[in-house]
Design a binder for this molecule. Structure first.
Ligand SMILES: Cc1cc2nc3c(=O)[nH]c(=O)nc-3n(C[C@H](O)[C@H](O)[C@H](O)COP(=O)(O)OP(=O)(O)OC[C@H]3O[C@@H](n4cnc5c(N)ncnc54)[C@H](O)[C@@H]3O)c2cc1C
Length: 486
């Protein structure tokens, strides 16, 4: 079988690709995850304009088939690949970033990547909280809500930063959605992720003057100190200012970065826990002060400390390098992600105990877990993004050997499924459209009810079908919760 590497600027011979052609298959496989499922859209429309999008939606309506939309292809289960439907690929749509000096807003298309935005913003000395990984596209990122840079203080990127969107609706008409125009669509688009019912063709977002990124890193060997390390890291977050800080914790094996022919974890592999602290400030001294709560490491934890890097300047190149090392794409690398958002009413000790298997028993050597102290509050009145994101807990299962499929999917699905009693839901960016086993609620029940009303008004013929899975998941979790209360 031909190998198609992930290419963020692919070129195709035609705008409409039919099944059976080389370009069709290359395009179908343009996903960050090399584990592309056996789902084959009837046609792929590589759209270049609003009218192309409109034509693609009309074509799907005429064929009476569903629509999937892909911008960067980072949703690991590849939910955009609707079998026998029409895939709208936005790679070539508004792939530019414009800055308006008067409004201080940037405007960009949905397939614009994190790295492209970072480069443009650096060149104009402005800041906008895009995602962390270089090849994630803004389309999926912003519809999900967007855990952007320094979210602890500024919230999800869709909440305060996005001012307007241009969207082609299921009837083929383009509309502007904002707080003053088509408010219901603007509400629904921010936080519904893969359940959204339109094709976003442009975003407008606020910017602020750029500052400087700083990072402090501590790497511990976990040994028997998982609870102690996490309790300390969570506690110190409370003493760290929310504005201008990113606080992340990762677990991984010491052999993660050593090239290997196998996915198997060695018997003597050591589990490490990294604390990655970022500050956004003009000077190093400010950054040291902002991150100062992590300076004193208790003696019993210090015994596990393998490496400590003081506060130092962090360049984008270094950020991309690290992101690629931890969860990069291409070279046949396959990924599954599972995640939860903690229920803030559950005591921290119980949360830590519950997540330990999911975070410490990593199934392969390239796997890792990420705990992000997000501290994002949701405002359901303002957006479908309605679950609090206090702590985001996720595990990337990584493998290269295709013979590990499908059994490799199971361990983390099982472990995350068991976390429903400590979760308020999950970040919709990680929702698995192909398997509901470990899915949780993606919105509050009241937000879902409102979303369904708005969706029914704009997409009565259900051209965009993914929302139905949300309903099934919510019913499943509500049933589980009422059984527990009996
Ligand atoms: C390595 C890695 C790092 C990540 N880092 C972050 C992070 O820092 N912060 C964060 O919040 N998330 C992060 N994510 C999650 C990421 O934001 C989501 O996977 C997001 O969906 C990716 O968007 P995409 O356009 O690249 O993916 P796609 O797979 O192309 O899109 C995902 C879904 O969004 C919908 N969609 C996409 N584009 C459009 C459009 N133009 N119009 C309508 N619907 C559309 C479709 O339903 C599609 O199935 C990360 C993911 C990975 C794999």
């Amino acid at each position: 079988m031909a190998v198609y590497d992930y290419d963020i600027h692919p070129h195709y011979s035609s705008k409409v690709l039919q099944r059976g052609s080389e370009d069709y298959e290359r395009c179908r496989r343009q996903n960050a995850n090399s584990d592309t499922p056996s789902r084959y859209p009837r046609e792929i429309h590589v759209v270049r304009s609003v009218s192309d999008v409109s034509m693609a939606l009309k074509r799907a309506a005429a064929l009476k088939v569903p629509v999937g939309v892909r911008s960067g292809g980072h949703l690991f289960p590849c939910g955009a690949l609707v079998h026998d439907g029409v895939l709208v690929d936005t790679t070539d749509l508004n792939r530019a970033i414009e800055y308006d000096k008067v409004t201080q807003e940037i405007c960009f298309g949905p397939a614009v990547r994190v790295k492209e935005l970072a480069e443009k913003l650096s060149s104009i000395a402005r800041f906008f909280p895009h995602g962390h990984a270089p090849t994630v596209a803004e389309g999926g990122f912003l519809l999900a809500g967007g855990q952007g840079w320094f979210m602890r203080g500024w919230g999800a990127t869709c909440q305060q930063w996005i001012t307007r969107m241009e969207i082609v609706m299921p009837n083929g008409q383009a509309v502007i959605a904002s707080r003053t125009e088509n408010q219901d669509v603007f509400w629904a688009a921010r936080g519904s992720g893969t359940g959204f019912f339109g094709v976003v063709t442009k975003f407008w977002g606020r910017t602020i003057p750029a500052s400087q990124m700083w990072e402090r890193v501590m790497i511990f060997e976990v040994r028997d100190k998982f609870e102690g390390l996490l309790t300390w890291a969570f506690d110190r977050a409370k003493a760290t200012p929310k504005f201008g800080t990113d606080l992340n914790i990762a677990t991984f094996y010491d052999e993660k970065f050593t090239p290997s022919a196998t996915d198997e974890v060695s018997r003597d592999a050591k589990l490490l826990l990294g604390v990655f602290l970022m500050a956004y400030s003009d000077t190093q001294r400010e950054a040291q002060t902002i991150l100062g709560a992590y300076t004193d490491i208790p003696t019993e934890l210090r015994a596990c400390l393998l490496e400590e890097r003081p506060v130092e300047k962090r360049t984008w190149d270094k950020v991309w390098e690290m992101q690629d090392e931890y969860c990069g794409s291409g070279n046949g690398q396959c990924w599954q992600i599972n995640s939860i958002l903690n229920d803030p009413s559950v005591p921290i000790e119980r949360l830590i105990e519950a997540i330990k298997p999911a975070v410490c028993q990593l199934p392969t050597r390239s796997s890792s877990s990420f705990i992000c102290i997000a501290d994002i509050e949701a405002d359901e009145e303002d957006a479908a993004f309605s679950l609090p994101q206090q702590k985001y807990i996720s595990t990337f299962t990584g493998w290269k050997d295709p013979t590990l499929q499908p059994s490799i999917y199971r361990p983390m699905r099982e472990r995350y499924k068991r976390l429903s009693s400590v979760a308020c839901g999950m970040y919709v960016a990680d929702y698995d459209i192909t398997c509901d086993d470990a899915n949780m609620k993606v919105m509050s029940d009241t937000a879902l009810a409102r979303f369904l009303r708005i969706r029914a008004k704009w997409d009565p013929n259900e051209l965009f079908p993914n929302y139905k899975k949300f309903v099934e998941t919510h019913d499943k979790i509500n049933r589980l919760q009422s059984q527990c209360q009996l």
